[in-house]
Design a protein around this ligand. Structure first.
Ligand code: ZN
Ligand code: ZN
Length: 381
């Protein structure tokens, strides 16, 4: 397991507050541009979820909070540069209109980036998972700023910014293969089911499709090149799950979208599914030892998915399900040994490409690992 040269966070040293000041000021800085150029930088689907008014208050709150943390860091720490940087970015944000911007009617546009989705999801996930990882860490030695955190952040940024691109392509196979069918009767029937049953069906059918797509990625050497990117992380944390090659994202999302499209679940069920997946996918990669009691046998937990990422070839090919462990039980790929955790995560290959661009290109090139027994090991399971 890679160790960290940088010390871990400690309360009372002004480091956490310094980073919080910089983080919040940067989010505020970019949020101002969402108000100024909403046609280009915000997504119509996501705009339906919030109002300009609520986002304005959130922006003001983030700017004030960044000042608060900057002052705290300034008082607590000998290192003044974190506080000064936070204050500088916040001042620039205010000069750009941070306290005065207003939400307005947005004209339709043919293309857009999901900067609003990126900033809000980043804020929400950081607020939920950074405290959890600090209070109940699995690997105490692992710094938030491990050697590859920037790579994982780039994956997070790209997958959120290009939400329109990913969405259109991920939905294409479902409408292409099933769009010609008259599905309205089936949709009406599904939507008349008891709510909990409909919800379970949506989760189960999407997870079943994802299970097989995921297993397919593990059992074909060409596909494995794409999915190996996701497995290359040695530092499991809340950002690590973002490290997924775009081909992997398309195929996995498209496979999950097929049952959603065919069965036509109600909007409420669809929205619950989207919110659950956004949080749960981050949770299962998080650097936290929270065990969840008996729930861990019902819903996939960090321990469950960390075993899927286990570095030791002895444990390859386990725990493909994203939500329900019982799917792995049925297909013989379940592994959850008491309270044990894998020794390490990542790939066995030395010199695996590092960095977003190298990993983007790598699956399309002749892989130096093609002759490796590693893949054979995976396909047998
Ligand atoms: Zn996998
Ligand atoms: Zn994973």
């Amino acid at each position: 397991m890679a160790t960290n040269k940088q010390p871990t966070f400690a309360f009372g040293e002004g480091k956490i507050s310094g980073y919080a000041a910089i983080f919040l000021s940067l989010l505020s800085f970019f949020a101002v541009f969402c108000f100024k150029f909403p046609e280009l930088l915000t997504s119509p689907e996501f705009r339906e979820v919030y109002t300009g008014e609520s986002m304005k208050y959130l922006l003001v709150a983030c700017i004030i909070a960044s000042f608060f943390f900057a002052v705290l860091s300034f008082l607590l720490s000998n290192v003044k540069r974190w506080a000064l940087m936070g204050i500088l970015i916040s001042v620039v944000t205010i000069l750009l209109g941070g306290f005065t911007v207003e939400g307005r009617a947005v004209a339709p546009s043919s293309w857009h980036l999901g900067l609003d989705w990126l900033l809000l999801d980043l804020l929400l996930m950081a607020v939920i998972f950074i405290p959890i990882e600090m209070v109940w860490p699995k690997n105490k030695e692992q710094s938030k700023f491990h050697p590859e955190w920037r790579t994982d952040l780039v994956y997070f940024v790209v997958s959120h910014l290009f939400i329109q691109f990913f969405g259109v392509i991920a939905q294409a196979p479902a409408s292409l293969f099933f769009g010609w069918m008259g599905l309205s009767q089936l949709h009406a029937m599904v939507q008349s089911l008891p709510f909990m049953l409909e919800l379970f069906l949506a989760f189960f059918l999407t997870d079943l499709c994802q299970y097989w797509a995921h297993r397919f990625f593990h059992s074909h050497s060409f596909l494995w090149r794409f999915h190996s990117v996701h497995h290359s992380t040695q530092h499991m944390d809340w950002l690590a799950g973002s490290r997924t090659h775009f081909v992997d994202i398309f195929v996995t999302r498209a496979s999950a979208f097929i049952p959603l499209y065919v069965f036509g679940f109600s909007t409420l069920v669809f929205n619950i599914y989207i919110v659950f997946m956004a949080i749960h996918a981050v949770l299962i990669h998080a650097n936290t030892r929270i065990q969840f009691g008996f729930l861990k046998y019902i819903i996939a937990t960090p321990q469950y998915h960390h075993w899927h990422h286990c570095e030791d070839p002895k444990y390859y090919g386990k725990n493909f399900a994203t939500i329900f462990p019982f799917i792995d039980k049925v297909f013989g790929t379940y592994y959850l040994p008491g309270n044990e955790w894998p020794e390490g995560t990542g790939l066995h290959e030395a010199n695996y490409p590092k960095g977003y661009v190298k990993q983007l290109i790598y699956p399309f090139t002749k892989s130096p690992f093609d002759e490796n027994l590693h893949m054979e090991d995976r396909s047998k399971r």
